[in-house]
Design a protein around this ligand. Structure first.
Ligand code: 26W
Length: 824
């Protein structure tokens, strides 16, 4: 078909043809007219761009249809406000969700181009730190897949999460530059821009017979410009929008200043504006309280709310029914300033009565908490808040007065309980508590696993829970099976299709039909062969990146996630050292070959986490070069963990390490990705591991160690590691080796601090849990010898993990929090 005929058909908005001929034609058309390249001159990178553009056209067709439909039907929309969206690459996601994998591969093959290689050229969009950001990305994909009209709102960071290199064993952070070659998925919408103010003064206007009006006159203003990325759901049935805000100056240059000779000064304002969305804060467990971060939070909250209000008023007469038309989900407290900002917009700008505005606000917002770690809970100095957001501060005081009045009147709250629920922390130099604001400003507050939700009720939100006992509910996390099974594990996906048909692709809970096949020797062998091929794929990556060769027939024991003391990579490294020493001491024993694989980034300012990375590297160097343990134990740290690397790692694991100190991992989502791909979990009773135990059955998951209540009790009783260390020679010896410099002879004292912390305090219960961990690892070693049994457990893991889909999680949010009916 000619290009013109093709164009005419599209203009008539007939469905496009998705055969290889049509796609080849369109890809070449993009190459020619969008990139100005001939097929001969095109580099792989050009093919990547051209393919993305051709695929994008198909997404746009669906995107426009979905948007029009939602508008016409006046459907309720979900607005997911998140400071982070850890989306990773989009090309394969788009091609796969549109069902185009085969025709696109074929189309490219005609020009000698391999789709797999093309996909690798796309930069990994890393606009997030870890679990919370990746959850937001899985949720966006699931909302599109189950047909819930939704907007994701966030920040278009010019530099995403840093690139990690390991130099002389230590983590080095390098800037990430995902936008260097442009971004084919985004549409800049200059016309969709809003002014965002900072600082300045609040004045009052008195009119006879009317309530006092407050007018905020900001001292500084910047422009928030929308950048839209379509998010296409499974089978292309529905598309939503991820709207990320970029900051721009109102005046690109101060010409007067420039003309007077101050060439640098002329750009100061402009630079300050653009700084707001320049970089993602790389900390996920510690709030440092910098002003720029609060600016970022307010910037994207205010822009999103202004956009939501604008859209609402195009089809509604007033804002009174806002909550019937939108649900705004606050992803942790990062957008919690939205509560005060929506009140300001309703009351000051749109002149709604305060009480009505408060009712509308609470009905509109809901809040998800993702962490109980006290150091991660956001609070801002009142002084800073007042200076940057003077009107919002007044509103927070007014809300606080109302909440406290209610508490005293309705529930007889005493002084201590009142200060616990107060939005202002008076004990630490007066700080604004964002968790409290999010809680009181929402009609629903949720935790992300059953255990985490119960702990929220008992700890951080204990008093607020007593005041509003109906408000907290649980929504256990999930992961999208499209990315984390169908795309990342095509081998297993194909095998499952052969075994139970294709139904699981549309309804992942159908995986349960695999369950009986755990007893089928033939199926188990094919399942194991897929795992083996995935391990070989990972071996090739490791060889490539680290020049280390590992044996794919060893157990692959993998821990990948942010590096944090509570996640206890240290416990895993100590076990490696103890195992190393045992193998050396007892060469006569028939040890099970094991490769311990680590990957993950440490926050740049988190010294202990960085030391753990360094230790893993030091330990791996000594173990990997010791001929006494060759082929029996290897330790590998793969640098620069990101979504794309995770897609290769998850399908290749035999053992998944989920070993956080009980009570501290809110949910975990890596645990789900591994188990879905047939890894056996060694883990504590923490986060969603608890629910995995329920779904998998206790024979199919390897749980060890202290429970959350026991951790809390030991901590109350002043536990230290001394007792456990004395009782356990293996632990004692491993710690002695680490502390005395066996792994770092150039600087023997390097790790004495880390070891002292276990002996003197053991806050993370490493010594306390070591024995149970070691014993469970040895049970796994023994099980590896009974491969039929191991493989049966692996099959059952895949079969029983369907519930942990983000489709299920999203349907629960839709039913219990948003009250939006899914359409698919
Ligand atoms: C301001 C510093 C900061 C930044 C990010 C504090 C805390 C965060 C996040 C809440 C950290 C995070 O990613 N939490 C993880 O969220 C996942 C999704 O719910 C859970 O699965 C993880 O258990 C939780 O650690």
């Amino acid at each position: 078909m000619s290009v013109t005929a093709q164009k005419q058909r599209t203009l008539k908005s007939e469905p496009r043809r998705n055969d290889a001929d049509t796609l080849a034609l369109e890809i070449v058309e993009k190459l020619t007219y969008s990139l100005g390249k001939t097929t001969d001159a095109a580099r792989l990178h050009d093919w990547e761009q051209a393919t993305a553009l051709a695929v994008r056209d198909r997404i746009i067709d669906q995107w426009l249809t979905s948007s029009r439909k939602a508008r016409e039907e006046g459907a309720k929309r979900v607005c997911y406000l998140s400071m982070e969206f850890l989306i990773g690459r989009l090309l394969r996601d788009a091609i796969s969700n549109l069902g185009l994998t085969e025709p696109v591969s074929e189309a490219l093959a005609r020009y000698g181009v391999e789709l797999d290689l093309v996909e690798l050229l796309e930069p990994d969009a890393a606009l997030g730190n870890g679990g919370l950001g990746r959850l937001a990305a899985c949720f966006m994909e699931s909302m599109a897949s189950v047909g819930i009209p939704a907007f994701g709102y966030g920040i278009r960071y010019v530099h995403g999460f840093f690139r990690q290199e390991i130099v002389d064993g230590a983590q080095v952070e390098l800037p990430e530059t995902w936008l260097d070659h442009g971004n084919p998925w985004e549409f800049e919408r200059r016309e969709r821009s809003f002014e965002i103010g900072f600082g300045g003064k609040v004045s009052t206007l008195e009119e006879p017979g009317k309530a006092t009006r407050y007018v905020w006159r900001p001292a500084e203003r910047v422009l928030a410009v929308a950048y839209d990325t379509p998010v296409i759901g499974w089978r292309g049935g529905h598309a939503n929008t991820l709207r990320l805000w970029g900051a721009h100056p109102l005046d690109p240059i101060l010409l007067d200043t420039f003309n007077s000779g101050d060439h640098v000064g002329a750009l100061v304002e402009s630079n300050k504006a653009e700084a707001i969305t320049r970089i993602l804060y790389p900390a996920d467990s510690h709030q440092a309280g910098q002003e720029l971060r609060l600016r970022q939070e307010f910037f994207f909250s205010s822009a999103s709310l202004q956009d939501i209000i604008r859209r609402h008023l195009t089809t509604n007469e007033s804002l009174s029914n806002l909550a019937d038309k939108v649900s705004i989900q606050l992803n942790d407290t990062h957008p919690a300033v939205s509560v005060a900002e929506l009140m300001r917009l309703l009351v000051d700008v749109h002149q709604m009565d305060w009480d009505e505005a408060w009712a509308v606000t609470r009905a509109t917002f809901s809040y998800t908490n993702h962490t109980l770690l006290p150091e991660a809970l956001e609070t801002w100095p009142v002084q800073l808040f007042e200076r940057l957001l003077p009107r919002q501060m007044q509103i927070i005081y007014a809300i606080n007065a109302e909440v406290i009045r209610g508490a005293r009147a309705e529930r007889d709250f005493s002084g201590e309980a009142v200060s616990a629920i107060s939005l202002i922390d008076e004990n630490n130099g007066r700080r604004v508590r964002m968790g409290q604001i999010a809680f009181v400003g929402s009609h629903s507050v949720n935790g992300v696993s059953g255990l985490h939700t119960e702990l929220m009720k008992e700890t951080v939100f204990g008093d607020l829970h007593r005041l509003y006992p109906e408000r907290i509910q649980n929504k256990t996390n999930g992961v999208t099976p499209r990315r984390w099974l169908l795309q990342s594990n095509p081998g297993l996906t194909g095998l499952i299709s052969e075994a139970i048909g294709d139904g699981f692709r549309d309804d992942i809970e159908k995986l349960i039909e695999l369950d009986p096949l755990a007893q089928d020797a033939g199926f188990r062998e094919r399942f194991a062969a897929v795992k083996r091929a995935n391990k070989e794929r990972l071996c090739a990556q490791i060889e490539d990146r680290l020049a280390t060769s590992i044996d794919p027939s060893a157990i692959f024991d993998i821990q990948v996630k942010r590096i944090h003391e509570y996640k206890r990579q240290f416990l895993n490294v100590i076990e490696a050292v103890a195992l190393y020493e045992q193998i050396r001491a007892h060469p006569e024993i028939d040890w099970t070959p094991r490769v311990k694989i680590f990957a993950g980034k440490a926050a740049p300012s988190y010294a202990q986490a960085k030391e753990i990375i360094r230790l893993a590297g030091d330990v791996s160097r000594v173990i990997n070069s010791d001929p006494a343990v060759r082929n029996l134990l290897k330790v590998v740290f793969i640098p620069n963990y990101n979504v794309s690397l995770a897609e290769i790692i998850m399908p290749a694991a035999d053992i998944s390490e989920q070993i956080s100190t009980a009570g501290l991992e809110a949910s975990g989502t890596g645990n789900m990705k591994f188990a879905l791909n047939g890894a056996l979990t060694i883990g504590t009773l923490d986060g969603a591991n608890v629910e995995m135990l329920e779904h998998l059955g206790e024979e199919n998951i390897f749980i060890f160690g202290l429970k959350a209540g026991e951790v809390a009790e030991l901590r109350r009783n002043g536990h230290t590691g001394r007792g456990a260390i004395e009782e356990q020679p293996l632990l004692r010896s491993a710690l002695d080796s680490i502390a005395s410099g066996v792994f770092c002879q150039d600087e023997p004292g390097r790790y004495s601090g880390l070891v002292d912390a276990i002996r003197d305090r053991d806050w993370w219960m490493i010594a306390a849990d070591f024995k149970a961990y070691w014993d469970t690892q040895r049970r796994l070693d023994a099980l590896w010898g009974d491969r039929a049994h191991w493989d049966a457990i692996a099959v059952r893991n895949t079969a029983r993990m369907g519930w942990f889909s983000s489709d299920r999680a999203i349907r629960e949010y839709a039913r219990d929090i948003w009250h939006t009916p899914p359409s698919a």
